[in-house]
Write a protein that binds this ligand. Structure first.
Ligand SMILES: Nc1nc2c(ncn2[C@@H]2O[C@H](COP(=O)(O)OP(=O)(O)OP(=O)(O)O)[C@@H](O)[C@H]2O)c(=O)[nH]1
Ligand SMILES: [Mg+2]
Length: 419
């Protein structure tokens, strides 16, 4: 970890982001207004779902909201669990559990996953549900963690039980941070009436820790232009190199090649014309193969440069040299000509897109705080889930630890009023 910090402060510090090591400031007008409005509404909320990004369970905390949430019934929803390393995620759940904090990992696009969250909310609200005619559940969190996607999923689930006459109101969901700019309410149950409030994503006015800022940018909670795509890509490369990730990719692709050698998979065929975006059609096989091939090329480019590099990745200058070589390798893998304008920006953009789509693998960028407690058997990852090396990865065959995504048995739903 130390080396990443050093690289950020010295090597990458000269390149635009936080010249002189200053904080990340992204606090547009709507966010300042929303922060005030959220504070006011929180006083009225019966329950708060604090959505965080599973890839950065701590860095996606809004520290300024914490004192206001402390006195509330609340739970932390670690969303986008499909993008987070399933070997590490259970450790985070246990971390929050040991802090007496209700926490669940979810995928806001999955009704199955969101139903489990609703079961827990219902359990926590059991006593209030029986006496209050109206309840307010607020969904808060930093930008782009999936608050609106979660609300839409809750709404879809509730519509199965309380069919709505008029066209169902939907929260706007989008890949960039700052999509929701106003607080909006969605009714999800009658008797008692339960309203869920979608809120704009809010950050603290200033993020003093460089690495926290970079993690938020890498996962899309801070606008790319605030930090700079190139810098974010460099940060991710530094993380991957310091974890030895390229070696994992090498093993993975060597195995793939072996399989192809055995004739189990031929070369992929695709027509570039068919790959042009078409929002109406789901991607066909050729588009899927195309992305798979690009991913393989990117991983091989990074692992080749990593293997050939004879410097020391613990040395910040060597790490910078390696990242420089990897940028050149990436440019070739993405087939971007040297002469292209803004060549490095294009490389960075494509690399970030693959990372954010989870195509490079599932990662958790934060480290579980070391509480000094001994590791119990329960903490050990089952053999089937062991990564190829100690690299923090999941191979395709790695299924998440069974049951750990489930609400514990004690959290049985009490009634089905919310659902
Ligand atoms: N892979 C994955 N993507 C998700 C998940 N939940 C949401 N997303 C995507 O994340 C992006 C942001 O989702 P939103 O629901 O708009 O996020 P938000 O927190 O409301 O964002 P703001 O309104 O900007 O604060 C969208 O592209 C969603 O499709 C999830 O569980 N997994
Ligand atoms: Mg939103």
């Amino acid at each position: 970890m130390g080396v990443i910090k050093k690289v950020m402060k010295t090597g990458l510090g000269e390149m635009g982001f936080n010249k002189g090591g200053g904080p990340v400031n992204w606090f547009p007008g709507h966010m300042a207004a929303a922060s005030r409005a959220i504070r006011d509404r929180l006083k009225l909320a019966d329950f708060v779902i604090e959505v965080r990004d599973s890839r950065i369970p701590l860095s996606s905390t809004n520290e300024e909201l914490q004192p206001l949430l402390a006195g509330k019934r609340r739970l932390i929803a670690l969303n986008k669990k499909d993008l987070a390393n399933p070997n590490i995620l259970p450790k985070w759940l246990r971390h929050f559990e040991s802090d007496k904090q209700d926490c669940l990992s979810i995928n806001a696009h999955s009704k199955h996953s969101v139903r489990k969250l609703l079961e827990l909310v219902e359990l926590k609200l059991k006593e209030v549900i029986s006496r209050e005619p109206t309840l307010l559940v607020m969904v808060v969190g930093v930008p782009n963690v999936g608050k609106s996607a979660l609300i839409n999923c809750i709404h879809r689930i509730s519509a199965e039980h309380f069919p709505v006459q008029e066209k169902m109101k939907k929260a706007v969901v989008g890949p960039l941070p700052g999509v929701t700019q106003d607080i909006a309410g969605f009714k999800i149950a009658h008797q008692p009436s339960i309203y869920v409030l979608d809120t704009p994503g809010v950050l603290v006015p200033s993020i003093p820790d460089i690495e926290t800022g970079l993690k938020l940018a890498a996962t899309g909670s801070v606008k790319d232009s605030v930090v700079g795509e190139e810098r974010i890509a460099q940060y991710l490369l530094a993380v991957f190199n310091s974890r030895g990730t390229p070696l994992y990719w090498k093993n993975l692709n060597d195995r793939k090649k072996e399989l192809q050698g055995n004739g189990s998979e031929g070369k992929h065929e695709y027509n570039v014309k068919d790959l042009l975006p078409n929002r109406r059609k789901p991607p066909d096989d050729s588009a899927v193969y195309y992305i798979e091939d690009v991913v393989t090329e990117v991983q091989c480019a990074l692992s080749d440069s990593f293997s050939k590099f004879d410097g020391n990745v613990d040395d910040e200058n060597d790490m910078e040299d390696l990242i420089e070589l990897q940028f050149e390798a990436l440019q070739k893998a993405f087939k971007i000509p040297h002469t292209a304008s803004e060549c490095r920006a294009k490389v960075s953009k494509k690399f970030l897109t693959l990372f954010r789509m989870g195509k490079l693998g599932s990662f958790i960028l934060d480290h579980v705080p070391d509480t000094g407690k001994p590791v119990s058997d329960f903490d050990r990852v089952p053999d089937t889930c062991k990564p190829v090396s100690n690299l923090d990865h999941v191979s395709d065959s790695c299924k998440p630890v069974s049951n750990l995504d489930h609400v514990p048995d004690t959290y049985k739903p009490v009634s089905s009023k919310i659902l």
